[in-house]
Design a protein around this ligand. Structure first.
Ligand code: ADP
Length: 451
């Protein structure tokens, strides 16, 4: 096992990794920018190092400073969390060159799965269902038009290196496609330094279904079943839950098994999420693979009892996965809501400043993963998520009841947060009946704005 792990991140995920380190008797080390010097998570670390000014590009994204911090503090591994450098294969490679273990996949596995064209190719080989579309990147526009006519419009043009919902264009006819490909190529080149784009079928009313997987360096891979993240706004997830309500168990097992074989084929070590869209016939189409721990991993931890972050560390240290597929059982239902310091009444405007009031919810089946507390000043430099509230119940209805009460207890002020929005979501018939798709929240909010 490692002696010391440097956490190349901040906020709630830094705290989450510290907790996992402690569970293994490993010493956690934090880094922080000048905007985070009073971050409550830092006092939980054994040591901490300032790595620069507030802007992420001058601190949390500076590879040489992170490596220097690891060397100074004697850390033998780095946990990247999510966001920042967590999906940067170059960073994983520099860590390896410096004899520091990157807690995540090898740079090769990360590149292979992180490139959407390569990932789709590998998925086809392992029987993971993908959208029909072009085989690889588009070289000839006429070829793309031919494929689009075969699969039928609408189609979507996507960047191989895409992320964060950027570089995508829906085309509803041939003219839009011809126009869209060139524009998408330029956008992708500017945003990701890679202009490769591809075309696939566009699904209008899908649900977001993602499979949590774990692999080790001994050729083993398992899945921890799925999460449903259909409650989104602008491709940002607001609510996540597990299991995905109402899915046929046989179809679900099959897609989850295919996700595990995909990461096994990629010789993947660590936690990965294989994301799918699901249509109304419960057919699945892979979107992409996230090669890191995800924000919403706690819902899976709540229903399986597996500590995902601890397992990431153990397999990175060379251990075998401590369980086989047959040992993974699902118990009850879990729901997570993201608590963002944003004002839903003013276009979700981020809210920075001093938290004066902070009363955390509690009781059976309630988990709060947050770095926030009264007296903490939210900096304006980073994303607005200040915590995640997760509840567990014996079934979905029980989990919703628990979530309603937990949200009622949860008081944060004076800034606005997404708590009131989540209270309303928990009452919406679309949510309580689980008759929803990825556009339901936006459709609802738009309808209200009009009324
Ligand atoms: P990113 O890496 O930018 O997040 P994804 O491939 O995960 O890109 O897609 C982001 C979102 O775009 C999806 O959650 C979905 O809402 C939409 N999307 C992507 N591909 C399709 C598709 N083929 N059909 C319908 N919607 C899609």
């Amino acid at each position: 096992m490692f002696k010391r792990i440097l956490i190349a991140n901040r906020g709630e995920i830094a705290l989450r990794v510290i907790r996992a380190c402690r569970s293994l008797g490993v010493s956690p080390v934090c880094v922080y920018s000048l905007a985070d010097k009073n971050g409550p998570w830092i006092e939980q670390a054994d040591e901490s190092v300032c790595i620069g000014p507030p802007a992420s590009k001058d601190s949390y994204l500076r590879i040489e400073r992170l490596i220097a911090a690891a060397e100074i503090t004697g850390a033998d591994a780095i946990h990247p969390g999510y966001g920042f450098l967590s999906e940067n294969a170059h960073f994983a490679e520099v860590c390896r060159d410096c004899n520091i273990t990157f807690i995540g996949p090898s740079p090769e596995a990360m590149s292979q799965l992180g490139d959407k064209v390569n990932c789709k190719r590998l998925a086809r080989q392992t029987g993971t269902p993908v959208f029909p579309g072009t085989e690889g990147g588009i070289e000839d526009i006429d070829e793309a038009v031919k494929v689009a006519k075969e699969i039928g419009f609408p189609v979507i043009v996507k960047a191989a290196a895409g992320g964060g919902g950027r570089g995508m264009r829906v085309a509803r006819d041939e003219a839009e496609l011809r126009d869209g490909v060139g524009k998408a190529q330029q956008e992708a080149l500017a945003a990701f330094g890679n202009g490769t784009v591809y075309v696939e079928k566009y699904l209008e009313n899908a649900r977001h279904f993602e499979v949590q997987t774990l692999g080790d360096n001994h050729g083993n891979a398992v899945h921890l079943y799925e999460r449903d993240c259909s409650s989104q706004r602008r491709h940002q997830k607001l609510v996540e839950e597990a299991p995905s309500p109402g899915v046929d168990p046989k179809k679900r097992d099959k897609v989850c098994e295919s996700a595990a074989s995909l990461i096994q084929k990629a010789k993947y070590c660590g936690a990965a999420t294989v994301e799918f869209l699901m249509d109304k016939h419960q057919d699945f189409y892979m979107l992409e693979v996230n090669t890191r721990v995800q924000v919403e991993h706690p819902v899976t931890e709540m229903i399986t009892g597996v500590d995902i972050v601890q397992t990431q560390i153990r397999v990175a240290a060379g251990e075998k996965l401590p369980f086989a597929q047959k040992d993974i059982r699902v118990n009850g239902h879990a729901i997570e809501v993201r608590i963002n310091a944003e004002d839903p009444d003013r276009g979700f405007m981020p809210q920075a400043g001093l938290i004066e009031q902070f009363a955390a919810p509690g009781g059976p089946g309630v988990r709060l993963d947050s770095h926030a507390r009264a007296g903490y000043r939210i900096p304006s430099n980073y994303d607005s998520m200040i915590g995640k509230l997760i509840v567990h119940g014996h079934d979905r209805d029980a989990a919703i009841v628990r979530m309603r009460q937990a949200l009622k207890e949860f008081q944060i002020g004076p800034m606005r947060t997404t708590i009131p929005l989540h209270q309303r979501i928990m009452e919406r018939p679309e949510f309580t009946s689980a008759k929803f798709d990825i556009h339901w929240v936006e459709r609802w909010l738009k309808g209200e704005a009009k009324a």
